[in-house]
Write a protein that binds this ligand. Structure first.
Ligand code: MG
Length: 289
């Protein structure tokens, strides 16, 4: 099932996307329930309740404005340096202090939930006085269903509700300046998400393709088979001593081909359009301005 959050005639709604991707049928929810997008649905599923049947007339997808599929209730978990080729391309800068071949643990940081925007929303550049090194990172993100603490690797996949796409937009100069990455990762609008959540029964997140284009030029092309730390390991790691809740989002890291990895680097400028596609999910496309 593909679950989308969208606005139509001024109302935020949550609905189920048709198999052909052309229509969305809304759930019979109040405005208030839809406030955080699909979050109440993920929580209900985690309690073992059935997904409510869509009601009302199907709307053409072209007639609605897709929004981020859910509003995370707290910071998004993100993973750094999780593809070998990406570890290599930033070995002289971001990952100078770490050796991907000998690292026992993933790099984990967070993005604040307020930076999440929709799959077609503009990303606002902060201005040259704040940062001149804005970069893209195409990533598969998973949405936690059933929560838990100290989740074992062997049980981890039963905690995945589904998958979506994020662009982990990054101000590289700010990321490097503050020791911790959260500031350089959390600027307003720096987390495009969508276009919907694909439930875990319909996508094998361990075997899919992640691609990113900037102004039509293919920059990133990776497969999740090449994750250094796989999805069960990430869930096990993030839940060590910390309770995960339904609707928590874990972004799994980005493949090689980010702007900083080029010589000279190719940072984003106003007018650039970044498109990310993940097989089995769909695509998001955001203009930077
Ligand atoms: Mg990232």
């Amino acid at each position: 099932m593909r679950i989308a959050t969208f606005s139509h005639e001024g109302r935020r709604q949550v609905g189920v996307v048709s198999p052909d991707g052309r229509q969305v049928t809304p759930l019979p929810w109040s405005q208030d329930l839809a406030r955080n997008g699909a979050l109440p649905l993920v929580e209900a599923a985690a309690r073992g309740e059935p997904v409510p049947a869509p009601a009302g007339a199907a709307l053409p997808l072209a007639a609605v404005a897709l929004e981020a599929p859910l509003r995370p209730r707290r910071n998004l978990w993100c993973v750094g340096r999780n593809y070998h080729a990406h570890a290599q391309e930033l070995a002289g800068s971001v990952f100078k202090a770490s050796n991907a071949n000998t690292m026992e643990w993933p790099i984990v940081f967070t993005k604040v939930p307020e930076c999440v925007v929709g799959p077609a929303d503009p990303v606002v550049l902060p201005g040259d006085a704040v940062s001149t090194r804005i970069d893209y990172e195409a990533e598969l993100a998973l949405v936690i269903g059933k929560g838990g603490k100290n989740i074992r690797r062997a049980d981890a996949m039963s905690h995945v509700f589904g998958y979506t796409i994020v662009n982990d937009v990054t101000a590289r100069d700010v990321q490097m300046r503050h020791q911790q990455w959260d500031m350089g990762k959390s600027f307003d609008s720096f987390c495009p998400m969508g276009p919907w959540i694909v439930t875990a029964d319909e996508l094998d997140g361990a075997h899919t393709r992640v691609r990113c284009w900037v102004n039509g030029e293919l920059r990133q092309d990776g497969r999740t088979e090449h994750l250094i730390f796989d999805i069960p390991t990430l869930i096990e790691t993030v839940s060590r001593g910390i309770t995960l809740y339904p609707g928590d989002v874990i972004a799994t890291g980005t493949p090689a081909g980010v702007g900083m990895g080029f010589d000279p680097p190719r940072y984003l400028r106003s007018g650039d359009v970044v498109r990310i596609e993940i097989d089995g999910i769909g695509s998001i496309e955001n203009r930077f301005e």
